[in-house]
Design a protein around this ligand. Structure first.
Ligand SMILES: [Zn+2]
Length: 289
């Protein structure tokens, strides 16, 4: 465990995310918003499987056609995040150009890099997508992605609307964290739990059984046992089946970490403190609603 933690922390410090542990194991750190840092291990085989599943879920029909057409230019993917991982670069191939943009680098460089790359897929945390959309409005950014995908943070409705307005594409969401690939937006535009892969139990937070914390078991993992792992996230379940025909459950929204919630008098965690209060704070631009 010490060796794994050392490798992961060294990668964060040096911004070189390539080193692996003996046996090719990739190490990841959970975001640790509560101060607890988890260490996650992924084997090369699990990495390949993850990359395949991610591409299968994420790429639109047009993007797959482009990927499979040897005469078309490679599909360009820009991925903006705080930390890269061997996990993400596994998708790199002759037909897919994957470029990681380190969010700790100066902002001007990010815009330059994106303008030069002209990504077909733009993948970034919701808050970064929002800033990029504003840069596009001001013509500092000039890209025309055919798919925009929000990761790592909750995508708020006003950010989704801004993305649609600026790039004329709907924003999809990937619910992925170090703990695994937990959910994705389907063709009908709804966020599904990745129950094809994971066994997800519900720790209900309200009497109406609409909000819960997921308890995740992943039977496909062998490098590290992943059994009944309770996440801090609070998920809002959508009723009824989805138009896309999948039987996996779908979500109205990911309401953030349980630490972000305001518990109101009726014990209904309806208000997300970080989201609602953050936006309503003076000087924060957006304002409530
Ligand atoms: Zn669906």
């Amino acid at each position: 465990l010490e060796q794994a933690l050392g490798t992961a922390l060294q990668a964060e410090r040096s911004r070189n995310f390539k080193p692996t542990l003996p046996g090719g194991l990739t190490v990841g750190l959970s975001s640790g918003t509560t101060g607890r840092r988890g260490v996650f291990l992924v084997s090369p085989r699990e990495r390949q499987r993850w990359a395949g599943a991610m591409l299968a879920r994420l790429l639109s029909g047009a993007s797959v056609a482009r990927l499979l057409n040897p005469l078309a230019p490679p599909l360009r993917v820009a991925f903006l995040l705080r930390a890269n991982s061997n996990l993400y670069t596994t998708v790199q191939s002759r037909r897919l150009r994957f470029v990681f943009c380190d969010l700790l680098q100066p902002w001007g460089e990010q815009l330059q890099q994106l303008n030069a790359l002209q990504p077909d897929l733009l993948i970034a945390p919701a808050s970064v997508l929002q800033v990029l959309a504003r840069a596009q409005q001001q013509a500092a950014l000039r890209i025309r992605p055919s798919q925009v995908i929000s990761v790592a943070e909750v995508l708020e409705p006003d950010d989704a609307a801004l993305i649609r307005q600026v790039w004329h594409v709907p924003a999809a969401q990937v619910y992925q964290c170090t703990e695994g690939f937990l959910g994705y937006t389907c063709e009908a535009g709804h966020l599904h739990l990745n129950e094809e892969w994971l066994h997800i139990e519900t720790a209900w937070l309200d009497a109406e059984r609409t909000r819960f914390q997921p308890i995740v078991t992943d039977f496909s993992r062998s490098a590290q046992a992943f059994v009944r792992y309770r996440l801090d996230d609070v998920l809002h379940l959508a009723p009824g089946p989805c138009d896309c025909g999948r039987v996996s459950r779908r979500l109205v929204s990911i309401e953030g970490r349980s630490d972000d919630l305001l518990w109101l008098q009726d014990n209904d965690p309806r208000a997300t403190a970080a989201g609602v209060c953050g936006r309503a704070a003076p000087g924060n631009g957006a304002g409530p609603g």
